[in-house]
Ligand binder design. Structure first.
Ligand SMILES: Nc1ncnc2c1ncn2[C@@H]1O[C@H](COP(=O)(O)OP(=O)(O)OP(=O)(O)O)[C@@H](O)[C@H]1O
Length: 389
């Protein structure tokens, strides 16, 4: 166990999160907030075991007050069926095999929250568990309850620590599936990431009736327009294409109360920033903005000051590298790169995973080939742009 407190969540004291920590968004859904705060207070003020005992005592006292045996039977049946039905849905879930991947402290050092602590819709909980998530990761523990209150957030956590689900889960929870309008936009820098993110939303929301659409540049605009005539609740895409559709009046964003920016550092680059700023004008004044990234350059501050309202700042980064991972770099001439990589692979023990982060131009392609002599995997880079090869 670590020293971090379990509940109450940070805005009620005792939690973590810097900056504007704890500030309640003026546009927060007050009825939701009220309900949740009451629930959190109930939970935080009475430890679980004691709460259970209290319930048992109350039931026992109620039972003593009832004079007839039939009334007692009735109470017992109700209690049994309540307990039974709360367990039944879990027993029927199709849980995937345990994820045996090694987990670093970046994801294991949690407060010990459960997804059920957030009072999510049962259908959403079913999707979460069937995706193989047992417990929220630290960034999910910090973000989910805050996003549910309606607050803007700026969240920083390392790559691979569960940021995607940290915004997809509260987004899916907040969508009213009976209202066929776009309620959430998730902006990402590339089509690949848009497809991945929409896949996560579909998997987590597989028991919900939420319609997810992907819209990015490089695909048929006409297809997107046709698709938008069907119900869409959650739109994942790149800023330019979504702005184009909004300007044409096909993508109606007046009810879109949540805007998420994944890889926010890249989203605020000169390539995307102007489109995002224009896109924000199509959203209602009461929108909620969530920014997630592993790094936050100075451009973020200017954007935050301009567009976010009393944002809650979450920073789970003391360093960029995941714990337990050794990182180093080699400074080489352009022409030495492949040789260097080759030498590196031949030196590293073949049973150790090697992650190679590289910046590719758009025409670059990577492929992976196994060298059957050594058993090592070779990453091959090909570039159609002759000037860069
Ligand atoms: N609560 C959880 N329990 C178990 N696995 C999880 C949980 N949350 C996320 N994961 C899994 O952890 C992996 C990394 O998650 P994810 O890709 O969301 O991280 P990320 O922080 O968004 O990374 P990146 O910044 O690289 O996109 C994924 O395989 C995801 O399914």
């Amino acid at each position: 166990m670590n020293s971090r407190s379990r509940y109450p969540p940070p805005w009620m004291g005792g939690g973590r999160g810097g900056g504007g920590g704890g500030s309640m968004h003026p546009n927060a859904n007050t009825s939701f907030q009220h309900r949740n705060q009451q629930q959190y207070m109930q939970r935080s003020s009475v430890p679980h075991q004691q709460q259970f005992q209290n319930q048992q005592t109350q039931q026992w006292m109620r039972r003593n007050q009832l004079s007839s045996d039939s009334a007692i039977d009735e109470v017992e049946k109700t209690v049994q069926s309540e307990n039974g039905s709360s367990q039944d849905w879990k027993a029927r879930l199709k849980i995937p095999p345990l994820d045996a991947r090694y987990r670093t402290e970046d994801v294991t050092a949690t407060k010990g929250n459960d997804f059920e602590d957030y009072f999510l819709k049962r259908e959403l909980l079913m999707g979460i568990y069937e995706k193989g998530f047992e417990r929220p990761s630290p960034i999910q523990e910090e973000s989910i309850p805050i996003v549910l209150t309606g607050s803007d957030i700026l969240a920083r956590a390392k790559n691979g620590t569960g940021k995607t689900a940290a915004f997809c889960i509260p987004a899916l929870e907040k969508i009213d599936q009976d209202n066929n309008v776009i309620q959430v936009i998730i902006l990402v820098p590339t089509r690949e990431l848009a497809l991945q993110t929409s896949q996560v939303c579909k998997e987590l929301g597989k028991h919900l009736k939420i319609q997810v659409m992907v819209s990015t540049g490089g695909t048929s605009l006409k297809d997107d327009i046709m698709r938008l005539y069907q119900p869409v609740h959650l739109l994942v895409g790149t800023p330019g294409r979504i702005l184009d559709l909004a300007r044409k009046g096909v993508c109606v964003l007046k009810d879109c109360s949540m805007l998420v920016m994944d890889e926010a550092d890249k989203m605020l680059s000169p390539e995307f920033l102007p489109s995002i700023e224009q896109l924000i004008r199509f959203l209602p004044a009461s929108r909620q903005i969530l920014m997630f990234s592993a790094t936050f350059p100075v451009t973020v501050k200017a954007f935050k000051d301009r567009y976010l309202q009393k944002p809650y700042v979450i920073n789970l980064m003391d360093e960029l590298t995941l714990k337990g991972i050794t990182q180093f770099y080699a400074f080489v001439e352009e022409r030495q790169k492949l040789h260097c990589l080759n030498t590196l692979f031949s030196k590293v023990a073949s049973n150790k995973p090697v992650y190679n982060f590289l910046q590719l131009c758009k025409s670059c392609r990577t492929s992976c080939q196994e060298d059957h002599g050594t058993g090592l995997f070779m990453l091959l880079y090909t570039c159609e742009d002759a000037s860069r090869s």
